[in-house]
Design a protein around this ligand. Sequence first.
Ligand SMILES: [Zn+2]
Length: 291
Amino acid sequence: MGHDRNRPDVRGNQEEGGAPPTAPTAFGVLRLPPQRGLRPRNAPPITRNISCRALILRVRPSGESNREASLLTGEHGLLRATVFGGPKSRLRSHVSPFHSGRAWIYGDPAKDSKKLADFDVENWRPGIREMYERAAAADEVAGTVLASYGGGGSSEAAILLAETALDALTDSSGENCPGVIAWFMWKWAGLLGLCPDLTRCCQCGAPAPEASPLAVSPAEGGPVCRACRASGRHPGLFPVSRSCRLWLETPPARPGPPPDPRALTEAAALATAVLSAALGAPPASGGRWRR
Ligand SMILES: [Zn+2]
């Protein structure tokens, strides 16, 4: 499914310095407010050669025998670079999705191309490939990061968050993978500044009662109270039970499932919808992990 849906063009983001607030992606249009920017603030300029900590998100064939890697870096945001070498090359085996370490990248501004010259793997995360659910969940993480330009203005926080989720997936049971992804999606929405304020109605500002379930509109940016629901049309409301709300308001620092299966379903659906409302379409593979 969705072979090319997870392929935003990240190049404009990096080389031209300061992408427009809306940029075409494979999803349609990414709509992030301009003040969030799409490059890390105070990022050092991309010089000819750089060495930086990087997480490999995706690797695709490029030309006859080369590959193109998408990397999330702390200092330079998302980068794409060509990996030269045949199937037996050492570099090629090191440059694999979900590996992280130090990358050496040689840039050629004249040709508008970059080459991944070397990659020192510090964390291989072999456990991810041992189970389908883990690999699918890790792909969700990578797809979401790519679809949102690496998290916009805060790359250090972005790489830390993505790596925390991937580390949790390396030894997660298949059952727990959806919880890790729900945690990641919600935290990622928070990183992008997209999490709605669940404490009051987004229409009239009335405090949302803590004891009763909420009906949250990702498009309108928060819960819609009973009175406002009665007086107007509010399509796309998501139920949020009390336990789900508590978890969403204070998600744990480490990946873990929401407190009960219903809260997990609700949190996953809302996080996906919140990201979708901003990214223009379902992030990554659109909730394949939802049951
Ligand atoms: Zn209201």
